[in-house]
Unconditional design. Structure first.
Length: 252
């Protein structure tokens, strides 16, 4: 059991200050190989997503988007388009460029040291042209991998501590973290930037949803073991860190 003091040490600069940089070197300093920028796609079929750069989708200007953003939890049973899903994935994790020698990706969101420690999983229910199921977003090629076919609405809602709307929507985003991507560079000071990074990802999803007249809601209340098991994550090298259901809002 950790104490509040220990927990808070990760949010303050204490961990940094108390780490003896002369003695404790990061794996990067020690010349250990950098972890891959993204999970492997070997052995999977990749489904290319439509070009996300289609301004036809946009319903509002930027000022309106900022003013109208709110958490929306009541969705209709209407399907969303594949173009809309493509734009949401791009806005939250899309890769704009890869730095030399695969050192880092530059994306639509910022990330400490450009480590981008997240993977995106989506539970699809109501997306035109896609089978219901669990998919992984491959940011480097802007593609999807179908991992498991099926309607997981009830399981997702259960994993979200019974919050029904989290599963019963068009598509539920679940971001996982692979902590070592950040730890390789920042060691014990990784945990604060990882949480800050996650906030940017979800905020971009909020804004992208508003731009398309879609709704979302950040979700941190979930059962860690249940959601990791549902996706097939080991809970240590990779685990869920944030969720967000998306749908056509019933009311605006
Ligand atoms: C980190 C975080 C976790 C949240 N978790 C949940 C959640 O589990 N369930 C929920 O209904 N709303 C959740 N929310 C949404 C907040 O309740 C919401 O942002 C807040 O009430 C303010 O409303 P607004 O987003 O419409 O401005 C979460 C928001 C954040 C930022």
């Amino acid at each position: 059991m950790i104490t509040r003091k220990e927990g808070r040490a990760f949010l303050s600069n204490k961990v940094w200050e108390e780490t003896d940089r002369e003695v404790r070197k990061t794996d990067q300093m020690e010349g250990k190989p950098q972890p891959p920028l993204e999970k492997s796609t070997e052995g999977f079929d990749l489904m290319k997503l439509p070009d996300p750069n289609s301004t036809d989708l946009l319903m509002k200007d930027f000022i309106e988007i900022i003013f109208s953003r709110e958490s929306r939890r009541v969705y209709s049973d209407e399907k969303i388009s594949l173009e809309a899903l493509s734009f949401l994935l791009w806005s939250s994790q899309g890769v704009k460029g890869v730095l030399k020698n695969n050192y880092a990706t530059l994306r639509t969101v910022p990330s400490a040291g450009a480590r981008h420690p997240f993977e995106t999983y989506i539970f699809v229910r109501l997306v035109k042209g896609l089978k219901k199921g669990l998919y992984r977003y491959v940011a480097l090629s802007h593609s999807l991998i179908l991992l498991k076919e099926g309607d997981f609405a009830n399981e997702v809602a259960l994993a979200a501590l019974g919050q029904k709307f989290v599963g019963h929507c068009a598509v539920t985003f679940v971001w996982s973290v692979i902590p070592y991507r950040t730890e390789w560079r920042y060691d014990l000071t990784s945990y604060k930037p990882i949480l800050l990074d996650a906030g940017h990802v979800c905020q971009n999803l909020y804004l992208a949803c508003e731009a398309l007249n879609l709704g979302t809601c950040a979700i941190a209340a979930y059962d860690q073991t249940k959601i990791d098991k549902l996706i097939g994550l080991d809970g240590n090298e990779e685990f869920a860190i944030y969720m967000a259901p998306v749908g056509k809002p019933k009311r605006y």
